[in-house]
Design a protein around this ligand. Structure first.
Ligand code: RIB
Length: 297
C-alpha cells in the first residue's frame, strides 16, 4: 500500500517567549529559529520515518526548495510536489513559551493554490489499494475527498486546524479520523472525551476514530474495539508536530496490521520523543529509535 498525503508545507518561524502574547502587548523574544514544518509535511516525514511508502502532494513557492531536499533526506517521495512560479511557500509564526506551549499564526501561501487539474493529475497515479491522508491546511479538500472516494481510496483525515471550510467536506467518506480534543469538540459539540468518541461513532459508524488528549493520552475506537493509551512522561521543550508524529506513526502501524494497542503505544512513544526536540520536521524520530525506546520503557 502507498500513502498519498496531499498537505501543507510551511516554513515555521519559531520565537521563544516568556508567555504567549496578550492583545495589545509587545513582548521581546528570546530567539528565532526557522524549521521546516506544515502539518502535511510533518505527517509525511513521520510516515516515512515509520517505514511507509509515502508520496507527498502539494505546492511550494520559489523559496520552497528546502522541502524537496527534506523529502529526499527523509525518504518521502516528492514526485508530485510542484513549484509555483512567482509563488510564496506557506509559513507560520510560532510562539513557544517557557512551558513548551505554542500558538501558531498561519499564512497559507502556495498551500492554498491547489487546482482541480492538479488534484486529478496526482490522484490518477493512485488506486483503491492506496490510502489518502489529508489535513486542513490546503484548499480543495471537498473536491479531493470526493475524487479519492470515487476511486475507492481509504481516506484518513486530520481535521486540523478545524474551521468552517471543513463544513463542505462529506465526512461520511472518511475512513479514519485523527483529531485532538479541541477538534473533537468542534466536530461533535461535546467536551468530555468519552462523549466525543461515542458521538463520533454514532455519526460515522464505519470509521476508525483516534482522539488525542494532550497530557491525558489518546483514545481509539471503531465498531468493534476501544482502547486507551496514556502518554510517556518526558520533559517537553517544543510540542509542535507532536500530533503529526502521532498521526504518521499511527497510520504506519495500522497499515502493517499491528494490534491497535501496540499501534497506540508506538505512536505515543514517537510523539513523546518529538516533544523533547525543537522544531517540527527535525523533531520526528526514526522507527528504530522509537522501537529502542519502547524496549527501555
Ligand atoms: O502541527 C504543527 C504544524 O502546524 C507546524 O509545523 C506549523 O507549520 C503548522 O502548520
Amino acid at each position: 500500500m502507498k500513502v498519498l498525503n496531499i498537505g501543507s508545507m510551511n516554513l515555521d518561524y519559531v520565537y521563544s517567549v516568556d508567555h504567549i502574547i496578550q492583545p495589545g502587548e509587545t513582548e521581546a523574544t528570546g530567539s528565532r529559529n526557522t524549521f521546516l514544518g506544515g502539518k502535511g509535511m510533518n505527517q509525511s516525514v513521520a510516515l516515512a520515518k515509520a517505514g511507509v511508502d509515502v508520496y507527498h502532494g502539494g505546492l511550494i513557492g520559489e523559496d520552497g526548495q528546502p522541502f524537496l531536499d527534506a523529502c529526499k533526506e527523509h525518504g518521502v517521495k516528492s514526485d508530485f510536489i510542484q513549484k509555483i512560479e512567482g509563488g510564496v511557500t506557506g509559513h507560520t509564526v510560532i510562539q513557544i513559551d517557557k512551558n513548551a506551549q505554542n500558538c501558531i499564526l498561519l499564512f497559507g501561501g502556495a498551500n492554498q493554490m491547489l487546482t482541480e487539474a492538479y488534484v486529478d493529475e496526482v490522484l490518477s497515479h493512485f488506486s483503491s489499494e492506496d490510502m489518502l491522508l489529508l489535513q486542513n491546511e490546503v484548499n480543495m479538500l471537498p473536491y479531493i475527498v470526493d475524487k479519492a472516494y470515487e476511486k475507492g481510496m481509504q481516506i484518513a483525515l486530520n481535521p486540523s486546524p478545524y474551521n468552517e471550510k471543513l463544513d463542505a467536506v462529506d465526512m461520511k467518506k472518511i475512513s479514519i479520523f485523527l483529531l485532538n480534543e479541541v477538534e473533537g469538540a468542534q466536530v461533535t459539540g461535546l467536551t468530555d472525551p468519552e462523549e466525543i468518541i461515542a458521538k463520533m461513532k454514532e455519526l460515522f459508524p464505519h470509521a476508525k476514530i483516534v482522539l488525542t488528549l494532550g497530557k491525558d493520552g489518546a483514545m481509539y475506537a471503531d465498531a468493534e474495539q476501544k482502547h486507551y493509551q496514556p502518554i510517556f512522561k518526558v520533559k517537553a521543550v517544543d510540542t509542535t508536530a507532536a500530533g503529526d508524529t502521532f498521526t504518521g506513526y499511527f497510520l504506519a502501524g495500522l497499515a502493517e496490521g499491528m494490534p491497535i494497542p501496540d499501534v497506540l503505544k508506538m505512536s505515543a512513544k514517537a510523539s513523546s520523543i518529538a516533544v523533547t526536540r525543537a522544531g517540527a520536521v527535525p523533531s520526528i524520530p526514526l522507527r528504530a529509535e522509537v522501537e529502542e525506546a519502547l524496549k527501555e520503557a
